[in-house]
Design a binder for this molecule. Sequence first.
Ligand code: BGC
Length: 761
Amino acid sequence: MKITTISILTLFAVTTMNAQNKAHLDKTKPIEERIDLLMKQMTLEEKVGQMNQYNGFWEVTGPAPKGGTAELKYEHLRKGWVGSMLTVRGVDQVRAVQKIAVEQTRLGIPLIIGFDVIHGYKTLSPIPLAEAASWDLAAIKKSAQVAAAEASASGINWTFGPMVDISREARWGRVMEGAGEDPFLGSKIAEARVKGFQGDSFGDLEKVNTIAACAKHFAAYGFSESGKEYNTVDIGNATLYNTVLPPFKAAKDAGVRTFMNSFNILNGIPATGNKFLQRDILKGKWNFNGYVITDWASIREMIIHGFAADGKEASQRAVEAGADMDMESHLYVAELVNLVKEGKVDVKLVDDAVRRILRVKFELGLFDNPFLYCDEKREKETVGSKANNDTVLDMAKKSIVLLKNEKNLLPLKKSGQKIALIGALAKDKTSPLGSWRIAAEDNSAVSVLEGMQQYKGNQLTYEKGADLTVGKTTFVDELVFNTTDKSGFEAAKKIASTADVVVMVLGEHGFQSGEGRSRTNLDLPGVQQELLEEIYKVNPNIVLVLNNGRPLALPWAAEKIPAIVEAWQLGTQTGNAVAQVLYGDYNPSGKLPMSFPRNVGQCPIYYNFHNTGRPTNSENNVFWSHYTDVEKTPQFPFGFGLSYTTFEYKNLKLDKSTYSKGEKVNVSVELTNTGYFDGKEVVQLYIRDVTASLSRPVKELKGFELVELKKGETKTIRFTLTENELGFFDNNGNYLVEPGTFKVFVGTNSDEVKETEFVLK
Ligand code: BGC
């Protein structure tokens, strides 16, 4: 019945469409001319329609409005009042809505189909924070390519990623979606992800396996006060220009085609209504010619923020501020036409937004073939392929960080051992998928238990010990951690007591970080800490494998447990990656992209802090910058991560001691693999501008290199510092390189470094 109705409507629409001038479909014409030709034919309503994005309302066989909003959306879609849809996925669904757009609307303008393809579509990579721990830009780029290939084969042509929000706040659940606390690393990763999603040259239509990317959330969402989701942001210009904006600028320079604004206010002004961010900086200073999508219903939320009296005022403020497309506020479509007719909004603003949106649609090839991304054959071949699984497995291994390895408990011996595996997360096949899972089926991850079972030489036993949560674990439900049930402890203790090594997989559930998942505690939820301590009493030979979407504060474990492996949520191939690392078939080389605190009270804690006027205890009294109850250093610093082998740094050298402005500073250091395994090391270079017109951080990452060394091998690693690395932004956003003394640090993490210095004249 449904299908018949659609077919009749389709026939009618094709006839209507044929009446239109199709000159804009001429591929040989330049895109800007094609946009002109199309815009000349568009009514004001149709233009505003391009600025409207709706969430999907489909059923698998096609759109099936059931009344209410869905019916209205369907009607709007047919009228050409919808420019984009999100969360529609799979060739069937996309084809169904796209057919309505191109065959039933007056002008047949194709939809752009967006989705949160954050760390994979069906074959999931590690969560982005975990990927950042690899410091491996080529691997990160490849992982985004896989996500784009699967998504584009399934009808999607635009991802709401990468999230490039810098955050120093472990309490904030969305740190799992970003690249951590550092703007330099964050910028490099932003570039890698944009190029992975979009390809090196976006708009090359031979490459339909790429999609448009979106740098989000513009801006400063990662600085929500106390890490509480959607909270107020109140940061100074020094932080805005030097910490928040650089990864967005890097994304822009890498060619990202869209930006998403954010839910937060920044110094009193909601990002969605923030002209300074969107018009002055992004579209002005940076000359960005793609478009800005709002975050979900963020135009409407400006009323709740107390920044607009009603939907009409909110729409006016948003469009004036440079928000081009309305995601699910349903306000542009309701208000903009009248606002223009009443002379309150200049039609030029609408024209500018529409031009930007159409530009990206043309670049994506949607006008040449609206079904370019709807290829059932490619969908079948690409989604979930063996090659994609190989890529995400490789990425997963590279994301693992070895935090502690006393007595060389790791790697595990491959035979003759009794291994007790404990923890509900060890058997969990859904938590490792993280909280953005798009097309991945529930329970589709390889669990750690399954991964360990591949190694048959040992005797492996499993007990969960205790559940992690009570009740439902879903994307929308609040997780409940008041598990008091310790009835599984005894069985777990029993297998532990006779084991040679106990592997415990503990941490957070995959749905415990992500949007709306802020925490005030960074401990092991539920009764896991108690379980850990109970097992330790019967067998201290524990390898603790952590699963988490944010830094945790585990001081007891850091002191007592001999081996700790940070395994985040590693996606589809989690268990295989963890097992290969535990058994030494892969030597870990990950480094933390965020500082891990000793306790939650230290948050926000980050390595690139300012010195303050009282950094040390020179007078041996209480009046210095510290806490009285805990050390001021983190438990594990930014950039920290061990290997099964060891590395020695020697001979840090500069080619000169004084440089003139514009001259290159050449830095070299010798690195030797002094251990018993071949391995990889992330060599990190930091600088400090000792005296400047603004106080500069005590250390700033300005270079890194992933180096592979055979055991016993030595390599000389070279870095070049230019003005791009030596300067900073003043409080007006001007980039300055100031003369004076600079310290240079090179080492294995932000804390353990060799040091030298030079003078810039
Ligand atoms: C999130 C965005 C996301 C959007 C669409 C919002 O709640 O903040 O990051 O892209 O939803 O799913």
